[in-house]
Design a protein around this ligand. Structure first.
Ligand code: FES
Length: 345
C-alpha cells in the first residue's frame, strides 16, 4: 500500500511503494536525504517522525535507542511507513541532480599497496562517465545479488579510471576474491554514485579536520584532491588537517602522497598515527588511537568541522568525545562508516 510522506522543513512530498523504506522511496523519487550504510549501522539517516506510524525495521540497538524512538526518532534506511507520514530531516541539495547509474566496468589495474590493501582501477566503457561528488561511494553488484560498497578514491575531475581501495579481512568473501582471483580485464557491474559523505559549503574561517582509519583514507583522498584542484588560484585557502590512523607503518599505503600534499599546500597538515607500531618500523611519530591524537591537539573543536571515515568504533568514539568533551557542534560532524556487511573496504 502506498503512503504519502511530507518532508519538513522543505514541504516536499513523496510517495512510497509497498514495503519500501523511507530512504528507498526518497532515492527512487530523487530526494536527497542524508545516508551512509543503508543497513542501520551508521545513524547518518536518523530523522524525526512528526506524525504517522512506521515499522522501525531491524537496526543496531546502539544506533537507535529506545529513548530516541520515544522521542520520535527513526532510521530512515530501516523504517517502513505504516501510514501517511510527516517527517523532519535536512535534505542535501548537492546530490539531488546527480543520476544514480548502473554501469559495467573493466578492471584496468590491480596494485597491492599494503599487505591487506589492494587498489583497484576500473575503466568505464568509452562512451560513459560517472558524475559524482568527491567522497561518495559505489556498490559493486555481485552475481548472487549481494552488493559490496567501495568509496571512490579519485577526484571527480580525474575520472579516466575510477579508483577503489579494497581491504582484505577475515571472512570477507568478496575481499578474498579481490586478493586471490580478480584479474585485469575482469568485468564488474556497479551502481552509483551513492552516499552523502562529501564536503559541505564551509565558511572560510572554519578549519576542517579529516579523520581516517585504514582505507577510510579513500574518500578523504578524493575530497582533498578535489579541494586542491578547485582552490588553485584562490587567495584564501581553508586550514585543513588530516589524521590518518593505521596499525603499522606498512598500513600507511599512500603516505608519500599525503606527505606531498603537505609540501605543496601550506594550509594542509598531515598527521599519521600508528596504533601498533612494530620495533622494525622505527616510528618516532604519533601513536595511539587516531581520534585521541585530535583530542590531544585541540582543547576545543567549537569552531571546526570534522569529516571522519573508517571503522564504526573509531567514528563512534570520535563523535562522542568531540561533541561531549571538545564542544564540536553535532551538525559539524560528517561521517562514513565502513561496516563489513555494507562497506567492505
Ligand atoms: S543507519 Fe541508515 S544509512 Fe546508516
Amino acid at each position: 500500500m502506498s503512503h504519502r510522506i511530507i518532508i519538513k522543513p522543505s514541504e516536499h512530498i513523496m510517495h512510497t511503494a509497498s514495503g519500501e523504506t523511507i530512504l528507498q522511496s526518497a532515492l527512487r523519487e530523487g530526494f536527497s536525504l542524508p545516508y551512509g550504510c543503508r543497513n542501520g549501522s551508521c545513524g547518518v539517516c536518523k530523522g524525526k517522525i512528526l506524525s504517522g506510524n512506521v515499522d522501525y525495521g531491524h537496526s543496531n540497538e546502539e544506533t537507535l535507542t529506545e529513548v530516541e524512538k520515544e522521542a520520535g526518532k527513526a532510521l530512515f534506511c530501516c523504517a517502513v511507513p505504516l501510514s501517511d507520514l510527516v517527517i523532519e530531516c535536512h535534505e542535501i541539495g548537492a546530490i539531488k541532480d546527480i543520476e544514480i547509474k548502473t554501469l559495467p566496468s573493466r578492471v584496468e589495474k590491480l596494485e597491492r599497496v599494503a599487505p591487506d590493501v589492494m587498489v583497484i582501477s576500473l575503466k568505464l566503457p568509452a562512451n560513459q562517465r560517472l558524475r559524482f561528488l568527491a567522497g561518495q561511494y559505489i556498490d559493486i553488484l555481485l552475481k548472487d545479488g549481494k552488493r559490496r560498497s567501495f568509496s571512490l578514491a579519485n577526484a571527480p575531475h580525474d575520472d579516466d579510471v575510477l579508483q577503489l581501495h579494497a581491504r582484505n579481512y577475515p571472512g570477507g568473501v568478496f575481499a578474498e576474491h579481490v586478493f586471490s582471483k580478480m584479474k585485469v580485464k575482469d568485468i564488474l557491474r556497479f551502481e552509483g554514485p551513492l552516499g552523502s559523505f562529501f564536503l559541505r559549503d564551509t565558511p572560510e574561517d572554519v578549519p576542517i579536520i579529516f579523520l581516517a582509519s585504514g582505507t577510510g583514507f579513500a574518500p578523504i583522498k578524493s575530497i582533498l584532491e578535489d579541494v586542491f584542484h578547485q582552490e588553485a588560484g584562490k587567495a584564501h585557502k581553508q586550514a585543513m588537517v588530516l589524521y590518518w590512523g593505521v596499525r603499522t607503518k606498512a598500513d600507511l599505503y599512500m603516505v608519500e602522497l599525503a606527505e606531498q600534499w603537505q609540501r605543496q599546500h601550506d594550509h594542509f597538515t598531515f598527521i599519521p598515527v600508528l596504533s601498533d607500531a612494530l620495533p622494525e618500523d622505527g616510528w618516532s611519530g604519533r601513536t595511539g588511537f587516531v581520534h585521541e591524537a585530535v583530542m590531544q591537539d585541540f582543547s576545543s573543536l567549537e569552531s571546526h568541522h570534522v569529516y571522519a571515515c573508517g571503522s564504526p568504533v573509531m567514528v563512534k568514539a570520535a563523535y562522542q568525545d568531540f561533541t561531549v568533551l571538545r564542544q564540536l557542534p553535532k551538525d559539524g560532524f560528517f561521517s562514513d562508516v565502513f561496516t563489513p556487511s555494507a562497506n567492505s573496504q
